[in-house]
Design a protein around this ligand. Structure first.
Ligand code: IMP
Length: 441
């Protein structure tokens, strides 16, 4: 049974939640491998809308096991809130949710450090979600982080907490002139969380290995996206985890040799939240229109997203860095009213046209987009059941995108509902999950 990674190819919010939700009935396990509650995966099922931050979207499918891997940083208060809201909506967690013992905890001082650091960075601030994700990964790399397993050992938890609070309070007080924290308050709060979470905390790398031995199929659910990856993204305007396909291995303990393919999710245009370079960014009325039509506001923070045209340089870079086999293209319908649709096919930099994404942050910051323009289709794409039902000009746009990114598309999404999805002809998905055809047509 195939084990497949799903990653975002742009700056996040591509619609990975919907794609994972569509594929979840065809796999046995969905595993998250990076990020924390900075992510917001929106899934619409009939009239119900679910926004998941830490729990994999597979949880909405009875019988689908969901893993929060060691690469994820977990805010236990936010996770418990999410669990309670799912239980209230009759979603079964017991026997379906498994949290890695090695996943690091977001502690109350992490969001405080996140906010203080952003304030100090001034115009160079990242525009983080303020959830403490970056500082939690800092502690992980600095080897002072507190992990899920520590929650289950009160003595060890207290010892690690005391060391951390002493150090963080000094930094908060002396560098940032910010409020400090009390060990006892955090201890009491986190021991209550431990009572809630204990039944779900386990050695998920071992479980995944056994499940794969037994023929289970695993979908690795990426959070954030390629251009926000700590190594491969637009550093320093990135998140602090490995959000690209390689992260699926390190973030779950499943070796690369047991992973069979990678699916990228792209929007038919581009968005970005927070600071940092964005060569194909739109401005003026068209940006407003796309933002309104695409409901481009952060699922976690509610911030308006910056909108831009599809960037084929970014698309091809994502193919290379993740080894994408195929791309699911989402939100095509948002472009339905556009008179013309632009496509970024190169970056002009000091008289040269670049066709590969530049690693140098100064080059990206100065890059001017080179656009190709296609005529808009000015007709609804929502409700199309197959590619042939799409307006001819929309089909031409898709063909051009496919040609530029150099991998075949597998799905085209034309709305938030599960049934607003087209399975592409010869979709590479069928090689992995033949039963997708009957569920989507
Ligand atoms: P952090 O992950 O909160 O540290 O934020 C770092 C950068 O990643 C900021 O630009 C955020 O807006 C961006 N970011 C983090 N999570 C998401 C997401 O789920 N979607 C889009 N952008 C995100």
């Amino acid at each position: 049974m195939p084990n497949i990674v799903v990653v975002g190819t742009q700056w996040g919010d591509e619609g990975k939640g919907k794609v994972v939700d569509l594929l979840a009935p065809h796999v046995n396990v969905v595993a998250r491998f990076a990020g924390g509650n900075n992510a917001g995966h929106t899934v619409v099922v009939g009239r119900e809308k679910y926004v998941l931050h830490t729990i994999p979207s597979g949880i909405l499918h009875p019988g689908c096991r969901c893993v929060i891997g060691c690469g994820v940083v977990v805010d236990p208060g936010s996770l418990i809130e999410e669990m309670e809201s799912l239980v209230q909506r009759s979603v079964t967690l017991d026997g379906n949710l498994f949290i890695s013992k090695n996943a690091h905890l977001i502690m109350p001082y992490h969001p405080a450090l996140d906010r203080a650091s952003e304030a100090m960075l001034g115009k160079r601030r990242i525009g983080t979600t303020g959830k403490g994700v970056g500082p939690a990964y800092v502690d992980k790399a600095a080897r002072v982080g507190i992990r899920m397993a520590d929650l289950l050992n009160e003595g060890l938890f207290r010892e690690k907490l005391e060391l951390n609070v002493a150090q963080k309070n000094r930094v908060l007080r002396e560098i940032y002139d910010a409020q400090t924290f009390s060990v006892e308050e955090i201890l009491n709060q986190y021991l209550r969380y431990a009572g809630w979470l204990a039944p779900y905390i386990t050695d998920t790398a071992l479980l995944l290995s056994r499940w794969i031995d037994n023929g289970y199929s695993v979908l690795f659910e990426g959070a954030q996206a390629t251009m926000l990856d700590v190594d491969h993204g637009t550093y320093p305007y990135i998140t602090s985890s490995s959000t690209t396909a390689g992260g699926a291995s390190t973030g779950t303990g499943v070796p690369p040799t047991r992973i069979h393919g990678v699916l990228g999710v792209s929007k038919a245009y581009t968005t970005r939240v927070g600071g940092g370079p964005f060569p194909s960014e739109m401005s003026g009325a068209i940006a407003e229109e796309i933002r309104a039509r695409g409901h481009e506001y952060g699922a976690t923070t509610g911030r308006p997203r910056r909108c831009g045209w599809f960037d084929a340089i970014v698309g091809r870079y994502a193919v290379r860095i993740n080894g994408l086999d195929t791309v699911a293209l989402t939100k095509l319908d948002v472009l339905d009213q556009c008179e013309t649709v632009k496509l970024c096919v190169g970056y002009r930099y000091r008289g040269e046209v670049l066709t590969e994404f530049p690693e140098d942050e100064n080059v990206v910051a100065e890059a001017e987009p080179v656009y190709e323009e296609v005529e808009g289709w000015r007709a609804p794409t929502g409700g199309a059941k197959n590619e042939a039902d799409l307006p001819a000009k929309a089909r031409r746009y898709l063909e051009r995108l496919e040609e530029l990114v150099e991998v075949p598309f597998c799905l085209i999404s034309t709305g938030p509902q599960r049934d607003e999805t087209i399975l592409c002809e010869d979709s590479p998905l069928l090689r992995w999950f033949p039963s997708v055809r009957s569920s989507l047509t």
